[in-house]
Design a protein around this ligand. Sequence first.
Ligand code: SIN
Ligand code: CO
Length: 398
Amino acid sequence: MPPARTGTRTPRKRKPFRPLPDPCLQRLLGGDSAAAFLRQFWQKEALLVRAAVPDFTDVLRRSDLFALAARDDVESRLVHRIGRRWTLAHGPFPARALNALPERDWSLLVQGVNLHVPAGDALLRRFSFIPYARLDDLMVSYAAPGGGVGPHLDAYDVFLLQGTGRRRWRYGRQADNTLRRGAPLKLLRRFMPTHDDVLQPGDMLYLPPEYAHDGVALDPCTTYSIGFKAPGATELAIAFLDYLRDEIALPGRYTDPDLAPTSEPARVDSTMLRKARQMLRAVRWNEKTIARFMGTWLSEPKPTVIFNAPDAPFGAAAFRRAGERDGVDLDACSQLLYDDTMVFINGREFEWPLGSRKAIARLGNERRLAHDDMAKINAVTAALLHDWYRDGYLHLGA
Ligand code: SIN
Ligand code: CO
C-alpha cells in the first residue's frame, strides 16, 4: 500500500481522549451497559434514548458548518424538497449560496466533521466501546424547518443524536424496499413507519442497517450521525485482490520449448491452459496475508485526508524531551490499529517494535500518550513515534 500523503495543514491541538466513565455510557445507551446494548439492539432493533447526552450543545456553530461545506476537502451535500420533487447537489458550497437558501425544506449534510472539529472527534470517541475499525465518521446536518433527506434505508448502523431544535423521526422495519424511480436520492416508494417520535436536543435514536427512516426538521435543527462502516463482500474481495496485486512477485515466465506446429493459430490450446493453471497456483495467501491486508486497509485514511508534516520538526532527542514534558496526541485523521503481530497506521504496517506493546496499544486506544507514558518508552518506540511525528501522524501535546 502506498504511504499516506503528507502536506501542509496546521497542526491542531486536541483534547485528550478520556474513555466515558460507565454511568455516562449507560446513560448514552438508555440505561444499558455496552454489553447489554450490543446483545439486545446492535444490528437488531432500533432504540430511542431520551437525554442520551444531557444538556448537549452543538459541537460547532452553523457558520462553522457552512465554512466546512465551502471546503473542497470536505464532503457535503444539499438536499432540497419542493413539493414532491427532490434535488440533490454536492459541495463545496460557498457560504453566500447557503445563506441565500429559502426558509424551509432543505438540509445540508457535512461528512467527516470529526476530522476537522476536535469536539466532533470527542463525540465520536464516546462510541469507542465499538472497535475503531467499525467506526466511520461523524456527519452533521443542518436542516431548515421541513428539511430532511426523505424516507430511505441505510446499509450501516447509525446513532442519530439531536443537536439544536426538534426533529420528527418516523421509522420501522419494512419488507418492501422498492425505491422511487427517477429521484436523485434513494427514496422508498412506500414508507410504512411503525414508530413516530420527536427528538429534542440530546435525545438519540439508534437504527440498525436496513431500517426505514425519515427525519423531518420541525425547527431549524442539527443532527449528529455517528456512522459505522461494514464492507460488502465484493468490496472486501476487490480490496483484497488489490492488496495481493501490490504484494505479488512470482518467479518464472511462460515457456514452451515443446511447442508443436498448429493448423489453428487462433486457438488457445489445452497445453497453454494447463501451464497457466500451474503458474497461477503459485498465487497464495494465508492468515497472515489476510491480517496484514485488513490492518492496512482498515487504517487507510479517506482520500481527502492530507497529513501535515511539521515545517521544522524536532530531531529525535528534542522530540523525546518534548514528549516527556507534554505527551503526544494522534492527529484527528490518524487511524492506528493493531493485532497480535502487527501495528497499522494510516495504511502502513509495522512489526511490533520490541518492548513497545503497552505504549503503542495505549496510543491506539486512547489516541494519546501522556508525558509519564513517554518517559517509560524505549529507544525503538521513541524512534518509531518520532517517524510518525515527522509524517504528521501525531503531534506533541499542548
Ligand atoms: C440527517 O438528515 O441528519 C440524517 C440523514 C439520515 O437519515 O441518514
Ligand atoms: Co439515514
